[in-house]
Ligand binder design. Structure first.
Ligand code: 13P
Length: 281
């Protein structure tokens, strides 16, 4: 089926209390493994591409492949821009046929965040493309500033109303990348936000966040969980293990990648099962 919109995908997840995995891809193998896992689990899935890959041209090269694979897939797939920072990045991904975009103006003052998101919403909605934005700021896991960026529940309803955004990324204690210590999530804050906001909520920094914390977040209204570092690190580690096993022996790259891809598929299947999206396609 053609790429699907984020909005109905996440609305269904919200109504039925599960989350859709949003997996950051970077090359052919990381794309194919997400499709394979979603098919095997009969799950909707979000393939997302980080802004750096837009600037490098990789996003527009990968998009036709992902669109063609989605056309042949029997499960719903969305193609999403992750952490779009400029109108130029948004426009490039819209032209490349992405089905949703994130505009991340979360480090700007609130009024500037609202104005930036509002502008992207106007452009994207004219093309029936859904928009995710971030209120508060989810930092890098190396940061000591996680607390400082937590989303203010008192700003959430106004932000959604004034921007017209379709999905809201919240800062409740997760961070991007490998944690220095186990994150503690602020579920009271999440509960307060979920009570006043009527759009689906997004959790960034899904890598290495404890499973019970992710489950609780889903119960409280999170419907999209982003996973990048853990997935891509698995690709690197599995590749290294394969190279060591071969010990200098030549293998064609397609065959070399098979055991690596098999591990990627199992990783995504495990996230689908954890997030409860198995069988929801
Ligand atoms: P991780 O790299 O921590 O999984 O975070 C991914 C993310 O939130 C992408 O937006």
């Amino acid at each position: 089926m053609p790429l699907v919109s984020l909005k109905p995908m996440l609305t269904a997840a919200r109504e039925q209390h599960y989350a859709v995995p949003a997996i950051n891809v970077g090359n052919y193998e990381t794309v194919c493994a997400v499709f394979e896992a979603a098919e095997r689990e009969r799950s909707p899935v979000i393939i997302q591409i980080f802004k750096r890959l837009v600037d490098q041209g990789d996003a527009t090269r990968l998009a036709p492949l992902i669109r063609a694979m989605a056309d042949r897939a029997s499960v719903p797939v969305a193609l999403h821009l992750d952490h779009g920072a400029t109108i130029a990045q948004v426009m490039q991904t819209l032209r490349a046929g992405f089905s949703s975009v994130m505009i991340d103006a979360s480090t700007l003052p609130l009024a500037d965040n609202v104005a930036t998101v509002r502008k992207v919403v106007e452009i994207a909605h004219s093309l029936d493309v859904a928009v995710e934005a971030e209120l508060g700021h989810v930092p890098a896991a190396t940061s000591d500033q996680i607390e400082a960026g937590l989303t203010d529940p008192g700003e959430a309803a106004g932000f959604v109303r004034d921007t017209g955004v379709d999905a809201l990324a919240v800062a409740i204690g997760t961070a991007h990348g490998m944690y220095k210590k186990t994150p503690v999530l602020d579920f009271d804050r999440l509960e307060k936000i979920a009570r006043v906001v009527d759009v689906p909520l997004v959790l960034h920094g899904g890598s290495c966040t404890p499973a019970d914390a992710l489950r609780r977040s889903i119960e409280l209204g999170v419907t999209k969980i982003n996973v990048a570092t853990e997935y891509q690190n698995l690709f690197l580690e599995a590749t290294k293990t394969e190279l060591e096993r071969l010990n200098g022996q030549f293998v064609p790259v397609d065959l070399f990648m098979k055991p690596v891809s098999a591990q990627l598929v199992e990783f995504v299947r495990a996230r689908i099962q954890l997030f409860g999206s198995s069988g929801r396609a």
